[in-house]
Design a protein around this ligand. Structure first.
Ligand SMILES: O=C(O)C(=O)[C@H](O)CO
Ligand SMILES: [Mg+2]
Length: 260
């Protein structure tokens, strides 16, 4: 049976962030993920997790200036020091939240720098991050993101992610396989999930094209979730979707997967 984690950056937006942990638990989730913890003290988030008996399964490293459009710095040659500081900061949160995975965002492709330079920066930064993460018992992961949601994002296709993962080492770096992005960029999502299984350390889901809950768009999710289960994937699937209406009203699809 697939295991779903609530993405509380996108779900339960009816509530202030710190109240979304209890809401996720009450809705039947046993785990949560979110984009960023950095606006809150780690101890405060850890208390919410503990009080609700929730596992934290994923968050992202610092993205740079998010409000001004930055989406990570791993590919940026002139931001190496900031990248390292960001990973260290993230790992402090990982320890406090007992979170075993960290999404290391690639960043936007800058103009005027050869792709080879960006690729070698990306590989070197990921190699460094993998070493730091390993010492902390955390798996760093990378996510291909479609060009519509994040125009100019450096990592778009699963084949590009696999090439980098193989260069850094699949035991040191994993794939964050977001079926929403894959459906937009590549399609063939259930077969891709099975083929990429050896690399996948985390999955995420939203229906296309609206990025709402499963069942609001074009994908046959019961079929896809059965196929993922049959592939042998036993990790978490983050519900990284914007509910079409109220979060709880849109959880009908989850009824057969929620913990008893
Ligand atoms: O956008 C996504 O799909 C993600 O998972 C990132 O973490 C946020 O940009
Ligand atoms: Mg995602």
């Amino acid at each position: 049976m697939p295991r779903f984690a609530a993405n509380i950056s996108m779900m339960f937006n009816e509530l202030p962030f710190l109240d979304r942990f209890a809401a996720a638990r009450a809705a039947g989730f046993e785990a949560v993920e979110f984009l960023f913890p950095y606006d809150f003290p780690a101890a405060e988030i850890a208390t919410r997790l503990k009080d609700q008996g929730l596992a934290q399964v994923l968050f992202n490293g610092p993205p740079g200036d998010w409000n001004n459009g930055e989406r990570g710095s791993a590919c940026l040659p002139d931001r190496r020091a900031e990248f390292r500081e960001g990973i260290k900061r993230a790992l402090d949160y990982s320890a406090a939240l007992a979170c075993p995975r960290l999404h290391v965002m690639a960043g936007l492709t800058p103009a005027g720098i050869p792709r080879d330079t960006l690729l070698s920066t990306y590989a070197a930064n990921l190699d460094w991050a993998a070493e730091e993460c390993m010492k902390a018992g955390v798996k760093p992961i990378i996510e291909p993101i479609n060009h519509r949601d994040i125009p100019g994002f450096f990592l778009n296709r699963t084949s590009e992610a696999v090439a980098i993962i193989n260069a850094v080492g699949p035991e040191r770096l994993g794939l964050q396989f977001d079926l929403y992005h894959c459906q937009i960029t590549e399609g063939d999502v259930s077969r891709r999930a099975a083929e990429l299984l050896p690399y996948i350390a985390h999955m995420q889901v939203a229906d296309t094209p609206g990025r709402h809950e499963p069942g609001t768009g074009e994908v046959n999710w019961p079929f896809v979730f059965d196929a993922i289960d049959a592939s042998g994937y036993r990790g978490w699937i983050g519900c990284e979707y914007r509910p079409k209406g109220e979060t709880l009203a849109g959880l009908g699809w989850f009824a057969k997967y929620r913990a008893a």
